[in-house]
Design a protein around this ligand. Structure first.
Ligand code: ADP
Ligand code: MG
Length: 215
């Protein structure tokens, strides 16, 4: 039986003066790439923030690789996150004064890993970015920027890669390219994907779907 990388139980979150959101339990095994589907406002970002340890739940727990996230102290949580989780957002948030290579090196050092330019170049090559390593983010197309974000998120081989609407700003061609690359590279790096989207075109790309009910 394959290892469970993520388990949530009785998870809920209330915004002050805002929505009360309750989430069905999620259980995801190693390499079980999963899509979280839901309309705008259904709670996708809220759920990913809870799973990423960014906001404390009102009830329930998030367990990643056997560790209950919210039992960790703040500094241990930061370390756990840098080591075991990767993130991709709708916008890439690259540091604009650093080159592609420097942005990814930074991700390695922040996780306490040794900087390994060779490993970075290998990953950039697989993302068709090999000749762009010395460019600045504003010298790249949107699709290229999003692929740099993928490299940055995967370089430390995270157990789980959380991606919040990663294809929202991309055209059809780049959307499918990015999804195919995410799946292939996550499998290679030993990471399990958890991708949120409102884009129903992606449904057939994943065997495991988790549908968020409208709240
Ligand atoms: P999604 O990512 O699926 O669009 P969100 O998780 O952003 O959904 O939001 C879920 C619900 O929580 C929505 O009803 C939204 O209005 C509400 N919400 C999100 N952020 C806040 C906030 N900071 N304060 C109050 N309500 C919020
Ligand atoms: Mg959202």
């Amino acid at each position: 039986m394959s290892e469970i990388v993520l388990q949530t139980a009785d998870l809920s979150f209330s915004y002050p003066k805002g929505a009360n959101l309750a989430f069905e339990d999620l259980q995801i095994s190693n390499q079980q790439h999963t899509l979280i589907l839901g309309e705008s406002g259904s709670g996708k970002s809220t759920l990913l923030n809870l799973i990423g340890g960014f906001s404390y739940p009102s009830t329930g727990s998030v367990t990643i690789k056997g560790q209950n996230l919210y039992q960790l102290s703040e500094s241990s949580l930061d370390r756990f996150r840098a080591k075991h989780l990767g993130f991709i957002f709708q916008e890439a948030h690259l540091l604009k004064n650093l080159t592609v290579m420097e942005n990814i090196k930074l991700a390695q050092s922040l996780a306490g890993e040794k900087v390994d330019e060779h490993a970075i170049m290998l990953l950039l090559d697989k993302l068709q970015l090999g000749s762009f390593s010395t460019r600045l983010p504003n010298e790249l197309s949107r699709g290229q920027v999003q692929r740099v974000a993928i490299a940055r998120a995967l370089i430390n081989k995270p157990a789980i890669l959380l991606a919040d609407e990663p294809t929202a700003s991309l055209d059809d061609k780049n959307t499918y390219l990015v999804i195919e690359l995410l799946k292939a590279l996550a499998s290679e790096q030993g990471s399990t994907l958890l991708i949120s989207t409102h884009d129903k075109r992606l449904k057939d790309e994943f065997q495991h779907n988790y549908l968020l009910a409208a709240q």
